[in-house]
Design a protein around this ligand. Structure first.
Ligand SMILES: Cc1cc2nc3c(=O)[nH]c(=O)nc-3n(C[C@H](O)[C@H](O)[C@H](O)COP(=O)(O)O)c2cc1C
Length: 225
């Protein structure tokens, strides 16, 4: 199977059947998320794995009653740093340097460069930047799940503040960003299962550019091509 076949197979499953995802498949999906690239390698996010039915029922209450939350096998909650700080960045960089057998001062200049860049932008910008990084891991988890023929529903339809309170993330330095229930489709009762997958036509999605396209101000804006 190719990646494109896997991505064509997957869809945002609306109805799951409660069957359990085997531990090796779950581990594979989490490993794909862990291997995601991130800005400066900071990996400013983590994944919470929840399969306790009682907790899932509580989460469903703050997720617009979406049934996949309780009918899944495991719910992945992606959570990202609520801001950048010298201490956090130092901890990650020192870990990387230790793993590579390099002295801690090796990345000092780079650390100061990103701190100078990030600090004036404020914690809202920083939390948003960290959240964007978590979506890269989220996307890889979606692709890995498809490869394993595990269904997954990307879910942003939940109340972040209420979920953070429920999971006691407040004060932990993390905030929830996005959810990914993993499980298996229940074809009867899922209105989306046999629908055509529709995406922006390639010709609209991809625009090739040359310098001539961007250098002449009198030309039509590139986005309108
Ligand atoms: C970030 C994000 C958030 C989404 N939130 C929800 C959601 O809360 N509930 C849901 O049923 N689908 C949700 N979806 C699924 C999208 O509606 C779906 O991916 C899109 O319509 C494309 O369809 P497909 O994934 O079946 O190919 C979300 C998708 C993404 C990427």
């Amino acid at each position: 199977m190719s990646l494109l076949e896997d991505l064509s197979w997957r869809y945002a499953t609306k109805k799951m059947n409660g069957a359990r995802v085997p531990a090796d498949k779950l581990a594979y999906i989490l490993e794909a998320a862990r291997l995601a690239p991130s800005s400066s390698g900071l990996q400013p996010y983590k994944v919470l794995v929840i399969s306790d039915p009682a907790l899932l029922a509580k989460i469903r209450e703050v997720a617009y009653n979406q049934s996949q939350i309780t009918d899944c096998s495991h719910l992945l909650v992606f959570a990202a740093w609520d801001g950048y700080s010298e201490a956090r960045i130092t901890r990650v960089f020192n870990y990387i340097l230790d793993e590579r057998g390099l002295p801690h001062h090796t990345m000092d200049d780079y650390k100061q460069t990103i701190l100078k860049l990030y600090e004036p932008l404020g914690t809202d910008w920083q939390a948003h930047h960290a959240a964007k990084q978590s979506y890269i891991a989220f996307a890889l988890a979606i692709a890995a799940a498809a490869e394993q023929r595990v269904d997954a529903t990307p879910i942003e339809g939940f109340d972040n503040a209420q979920l953070d309170a429920l999971l006691q993330l407040l004060g932990s330095g993390y905030r929830s960003t996005v959810l990914l229930p993993l499980g298996y489709r229940q074809e009867d009762g899922d209105w989306l299962v046999n629908m055509k997958k529709v995406r922006t036509p390639l010709a609209d999605f991809v625009t090739e550019l040359t310098l001539a396209d961007v250098a002449a101000p009198e030309k039509q804006p590139v986005a309108a091509k």
